[in-house]
Design a protein around this ligand. Sequence first.
Ligand SMILES: Nc1ncnc2c1ncn2[C@@H]1O[C@H](COP(=O)(O)OP(=O)(O)OP(=O)(O)O)[C@@H](O)[C@H]1O
Ligand SMILES: [Mg+2]
Length: 597
Amino acid sequence: MSDFPAGPDAGHPAADAGSQARIGSLLRILRPIFRTHWLRLACGFVALVVVDFLQLIIPRFVKSAVDALSAGTATSARLLELSLYVCLVALSVAALRFTWRYLIIGFSRILEKKLRDRLFDHILRMDQPFFEKWTIGDLMAHASNDLATIQMACGMGLVAAVDALVMSSAALGFMLAISVKLTLIALLPMPLLIVCTRILSGRLHHRFNLVQEQFSLITEFARANLVSIRLIKAYTLERFQEGRFQTLGEAYVRINLKVAAIQGLLFPISTLVGNIGMLLLLYYGGALVIEGGITIGSFVAFVSYLYMLIWPMMAVGWVANLAQRGVTSLRRIHRLLSEQPAVDIGPTEPLPQAATTSYVCRGLSFSYQGAVRPALSDVSLAITPGLMGLSGRTGSGKSTLCKLLLRMYPVADGMLFFRGVDVNRLSQADIRRCIAYVGQEPVVFADTIAANIAFGRPEATLAEIEAAARAAAIDGDIRTFSEGYQSVIGERGVKLSGGQRQRLALARALLCDRPLLIIDDALSAIDVETEQQVLQGILSSLGGKSVLLVSHRVNVLRHADRIVLLDQGRIVDQGRHEHLLANPFYRVMAEKQQGHA
Ligand SMILES: Nc1ncnc2c1ncn2[C@@H]1O[C@H](COP(=O)(O)OP(=O)(O)OP(=O)(O)O)[C@@H](O)[C@H]1O
Ligand SMILES: [Mg+2]
C-alpha cells in the first residue's frame, strides 16, 4: 500500500455491495458483552426506574399543597412537611442518578473498550491482501468514530429508551388516574410525532453512513499526509494538499449538514407536538376545573405530568436517531470483523522437526489481485542451507517471491513446500517462526535502539543484542549516539540514516537466529566497505542456516553458493557467479559495477 495520500475520491471498501448484514448477526457482536455485565446493567436500570418513579411522586406533593391552599386548609407545618418530602425525594433522585450514570454509562465504556480490543486483535490477524483493501485511515475511523457511536447508542441511547418508556407509561398512568378524557385530549397530537419520526429516521440512516465514510477518507488523507510530510515538503505540495484536504472537509460538512437538517426537524417536531398537547390541556382542562370536574391541584399535577411526557416524546426522536447511527456503525464494524485472512484458512498439521530447513517452490505462479500479468510464473527452486542470491531487473518479482515464502499472500496447493510439506497444510505462524525477514523498506519503531533490535526476541540480553549489532556492522554507529543502545530513535527512525536503518533491521533479524534468513535488498543503502563487513557477519553466523539474499550488488552475489536470476516473474538463469557471467544481464551489471568500483 502506498503511503502517499490518496485522492479525495479514493474507493471505499465499506461501500462493497452485498454486505448488508441482518440485525440479528449485528447484535451477536454485542451479546457476549451484555451477557457478562448483565448484573451491572440490571442494577443501573433499577436505579433509573426508581429515579423515574421518585420524580413522578413530586407532583403528588405539589398537588396536595395546591389543593390544601385552594381549600384554605393549609398550615405552615403541613407545607413544611410537604417541602421536606420534596427535598428528600430530590436528594434520593440525585444519589440514584449518580448510581445509574456510573453503572450504565460505565458499561457503555467497557463495551467500547471490548469492541476496540476485538477489532484490534482481528486487524492484527489479517494479512497483506486485507491491508491492501482497507486503508489505515479507514481502520482508524472505525476504531474511533464508529465505536464512539456504538458506545453512545448502548449508553445514553439505551438509558433514554428505558427512561422514556418508564416515564411515559407512569406519567400516562397518573394522567389517566386524574382524568381519562383529558389524557386522550392531551395525547391527540401524538400520532403526528410517530409518523414524522418514522419518515425522518429512514433518511437519517443513509446519510449517517455517508458521514462515517467521509470521516474515514479524511482520517486516511490526514494520516497519509503526515506520514509523507517530508515528501510533500520536498515537492512543495503543501498548498495543493491543503486544497484537497479542504475539499474533503467541505464534503464532510455538507453531508453532516444534511444529517443536522433531519435532526433539526426531529427535535422541534417533538416539542411542537408536546406543546400542542399543552395547549389543548389548558383549554379543555381549564374548562374542566371551572366546571368542577377536577380540582386545581389535579390540574397542576396533570400539567406536570404532561411536561414529563414531553421529554419521552422528544426522546423517541433522539433514541431513533442514536439507534440508527448505532446500527450503521455496528454494520461497518461487522463488515470489518467479517473479513477473513486469505492465508491460513484450513486445518493445519504440526510442523515437522528438522535439523536443516528446506523451502521448495514447484512451478510457483502468482498474480496480485487485479493485476493483468502474473508477478511470478512457473518458478521452481529449492532454498537449502547456504547462501542463495536472488537478482533481476526491478519489478521482476523478487520481493513477491520473498513475501510468498513468508506466507503474506495465499498460494495454490502444490506450489510451495516447507520441510517437505505443502505450506497450505501448515500454520502460517509456524512457518514464520522459522524465518527471519528483513524487508526492502526497513521498519523501525519510536523506541530505544536496543528494543528495536530485540523486537523479535524481547528476552534477549544486551550482550546478545550487541553481538547481533556487531554482525550487522551497526555497533560502531550505535556507540556514537549519546546514550548508545538506550538512545531513543524518533518515529520512523528520523535520527538514523537509510543505511543505518537497514543494518538495524538486519541486526534484528540476526538476533532472532532462525533457520531461514530472507534479506530483501536490505543492503542497498550501505557503502561497499560496510557491505563486505555485513556480509562477513552474515556468513559467519550462517551455520546450518539457509539465507536468501536479494541484491543487485555483484560483490555480494559472488559469495553466494547459487544465484537465481528473475525476469518478468520467471527464472531466466541460475548458477554460481562465474557461471552467470555468461548471462548478458548479469555480465552488464557486473561490468558496470566493476567500472564504478
Ligand atoms: N501489492 C501489489 N499489488 C499489485 N501488484 C504488485 C504488488 N506488489 C508488487 N506488484 C507488482 O508485481 C511485480 C513484481 O514486484 P516486486 O516487488 O516483486 O518486484 P522486485 O523484483 O522486488 O522489484 P525491485 O527490485 O524494484 O524491488 C511488479 O510489476 C509490481 O508492480
Ligand atoms: Mg523488491
